[in-house]
Ligand binder design. Structure first.
Ligand code: FAD
Length: 460
């Protein structure tokens, strides 16, 4: 029998314990979570008929590990797809529809793109010139920003690509690694010769794979009970050989005949340790290991999410589509707004409207500088100004996510390779997975958990 400690009781840590315990019923698995509640960043407000996410909001359907987990814990019949609708870009003072047929801002249909008033004619000609462009001249990694600017030009970057892509990582896309964030674009470009040809081919392939007559579904998924219901179900279905310790911050991990883990008043010896925490937590355990510095000092971006509810009858602005993103050059700390009640109708009572407003962009310190009350005021004032309404909210929830999103800078994959190699060599029996390494989204954490369990299940 092996004893295993899983550190971190967010989605990744809980999934690791769940799948490992099922594969190894005779192993004892202890999960240590710093907070009293499990689930980490996942938080759902479930009161008065609202089931609204105040942390992460939904997941990408094509990343199937999350759907598999939801099915495994018995919530498969609660999965819902987002309602599709027109999305907009707000640039300086005006709202523009995102041209139809674009995939993350990259045009794949000529007419809607040509008709769009968001991009000037010279910007459009520059983007279409990509049809004759050769692949980005490098064999290695490149920043997302440099790659797309090379193909589509600066105006397309500023008005479409940057606002759509930077929101996902909350960072500066001229620093973020293409290969660690959107490797599929690099692969498409290499295969087709350039970005526009690549996207046209991808669109054709997608259409061919869709059953005849099928209406295209939204690409995101939620569960009707809210994402926290997945955490509840995971905790409830945890096999008997798992013990969950809440309020149990791990303060020391010592390598000696296996590992000795200290959490609160417990010091326990383990054969294996699996860490699933954010990168800053490693400082308490590996502060004197210079080879872990790159991991412990990884850049993290901050943001805040303001979720606000209104009486539908009092809301005095048109609510077209599902929301909008905001260009970086627009003078506001806001970066996006989703009309939750339109995109996810099951989350909100029919007579209410819920908006989810994002604050915090590269080079703007509003989120770090203001306290929660000030952030509420700024979020409300700015969204009223941009959307042109005066209605006052029934409630506002602010979630401040300070230094929460690991920044995968150019060369991130090599960095992860170096760290994992060092860990394997110096601390045999230790595994490190989660958002600092191979994907920042919820399904990426579950996938990493499953990949690790697949490897460990071969051990006796
Ligand atoms: C603003 C924002 C929006 C997001 N939106 C989405 C989205 O819409 N869709 C999506 O797929 N993903 C989204 N994500 C990403 C998503 O939140 C993460 O992928 C997911 O929550 C990661 O889960 P995790 O378990 O790996 O990490 P976490 O949720 O961070 O859990 C780590 C756990 O480790 C614990 N811990 C830390 N230190 C210690 C210690 N010393 N001892 C014990 N425990 C410790 C923490 O308390 C925490 O519970 C978003 C992230 C952010 C920041």
């Amino acid at each position: 029998m092996s004893r295993v400690a899983v550190i971190g009781g967010g989605l990744t840590g809980l999934s690791t314990a769940y799948y490992l315990a099922k594969e190894k019923p005779n192993w004892q698995i202890d999960v240590y979570e710093k907070e009293a509640r499990f689930g980490g960043k996942i938080k759902t407000k479930r009161v008065d008929g609202y089931v609204v996410e105040i942390g992460p909001d939904s997941y990408l359907a094509r990343k199937t590990a999350m759907t598999e987990l939801i099915n495994d814990v018995g919530l498969g019949d609660t999965i819902v797809a987002n309602a599709t609708g027109q999305a907009y870009i707000y640039d300086r003072t005006k709202m523009y529809p995102i041209p139809g047929g674009s995939i993350v801002g990259i045009p794949t249909e000529f007419i809607p793109f040509a008709m769009s008033t968001l991009i000037s004619w010279s910007g459009k000609v520059r983007a279409m010139r990509d049809y004759f462009t050769s692949p980005y001249p490098t064999d290695g990694d490149v920043s997302i920003g440099d790659f797309f600017r090379y193909h589509l030009g600066q105006e397309m970057m500023d008005k479409l690509i940057e606002p759509l892509l930077s929101g996902i990582y909350g960072g500066d896309i001229y620093e973020l690694s293409l290969d660690a964030t959107f490797p599929e674009f690099h692969a498409l470009e290499r295969k087709a010769g350039n970005m526009v040809k690549g996207m046209l081919a991808a669109r054709k392939q997608r259409a061919a794979m869709r059953p005849k007559g099928a209406v295209p579904q939204g690409q995101f998924r939620q569960v009707t009970g809210g994402l926290e219901s997945i955490i509840d179900a995971l905790v409830e279905s945890m096999p008997e050989n798992v013990t969950l310790y809440g309020n149990a911050a791990v303060t020391a991990i010592k390598k000696e005949d296996g590992f000795v883990v200290t959490a609160k008043d417990r010091t326990t010896r383990y054969d294996r340790v699996i860490i699933t925490t954010p990168p800053q937590a490693y400082r308490a355990w590996f502060g004197d290991d210079a080879a872990m510095a790159e991991l412990m000092n990884m850049d993290l971006s901050s943001c805040a999410i303001a979720v606000m509810a209104f009486e539908r009858s009092a809301f005095d602005a048109p609510l077209n589509g599902t929301g909008f993103v905001i260009t970086r050059k627009t003078d506001t700390p806001l970066t996006a707004c989703t009309y939750i009640s339109s995109k996810w109708p099951q989350t909100t009572p029919a007579d209410k409207i819920v908006l989810r407003v994002f604050l915090g962009k590269a080079g703007d310190d509003t989120v770090q500088r203001l306290n929660e009350e000030e952030l509420k005021k700024v979020a409300l004032h700015e969204i009223q100004r941009i959307m042109g309404f005066t209605a006052m909210p029934l409630w506002i929830e602010i979630t401040r996510l300070n230094k929460s999103m690991p920044q995968y800078k150019v060369g991130h994959r090599e960095l992860v390779g170096r760290i994992k190699e060092h860990v394997a060599r110096t601390y045999p029996g230790l595994d490190v997975i989660g958002t600092p390494f191979d994907g920042v989204g919820m399904p990426d954490g579950v996938r990493q958990a499953k990949e690790l369990v697949d490897r460990l299940k071969k051990e006796v």
